[in-house]
Design a protein around this ligand. Sequence first.
Ligand SMILES: C[S@@+](CC[C@H](N)C(=O)[O-])C[C@H]1O[C@@H](n2cnc3c(N)ncnc32)[C@H](O)[C@@H]1O
Length: 268
Amino acid sequence: MKITELVSKIQGEFKISPFRILKILSKIEDKDISFYLKESQVEISQRTFDFLVKHLKEGYPIEYITKKVSFLGNDFFVDENVLIPRIETEDLVILAINLINDKGIKHVIDMGTGSGVIAISIKKQLPKTKVQASDISESAIKIAQYNAKKLGVNVEFKIGDCLDPFLKEIHEVELIISNPPYVETSFIEKSHLLSYEPRISLDGGADGQNFFKKISKYSHLLKTKYLLFETSEFTVKKTAEILSEIGKIQILPDSFKKERFIFISPYR
Ligand SMILES: C[S@@+](CC[C@H](N)C(=O)[O-])C[C@H]1O[C@@H](n2cnc3c(N)ncnc32)[C@H](O)[C@@H]1O
């Protein structure tokens, strides 16, 4: 189908501007929007058309169509086995990199690594830091390993629950960073926008705090460490309370001024 035909079909059905259609198309096909403006007779495949409709009708994420997300300047592979990394998490990584530099931290772990964006971005910026990462999902770990290889970094990935895979070396670890599942179950069930991402990457239980409650059980092992967590601006205070036994808590904002990060440092 020609681009002009596609635009008039989509415009009629979804009532959106031709510019917005071309913008989405340019993302799906990874082309500059000017290409479609110049080449109005270009043929668009049925596959691209079907994806465009699926995105507009059902909110199917474009990142799962292109299998790609840009995170701090690097392209990461993603598919339906991993969460689509969010822009706020870039702020979490920047906080971690500054902290590692400030405190001369040599050993970091990333819990719930998903596509590996946090661990891999830290290792890319700071190649001398030892970076390990874990996830409970075996398919996520395979994707993280693929991304590390593609981006040429050496991160050790382990499959397992929470801190379990690191209990042997926990005494050496200086910083633990995590963007865990923290969305309330009832919110996920209501939101069609979250319906394509793995439930395990989002679902924090009835109050969104399951993962943090698990972590607080390890507090005796964590009192000498720095910890950095991402959570929701709506539940950050509740999370801070759960983790307060570990150390001194600071709540930090993301670049949109939403309070969503929890930084824990040792009481000493
Ligand atoms: C919100 S996603 C974050 C993924 C990635 N770090 C990012 O920021 O894009 C949470 C990740 O934690 C993993 N996860 C969930 N429960 C876990 C647990 N108990 N132990 C380890 N990983 C877990 C999920 O499989 C998912 O990949």
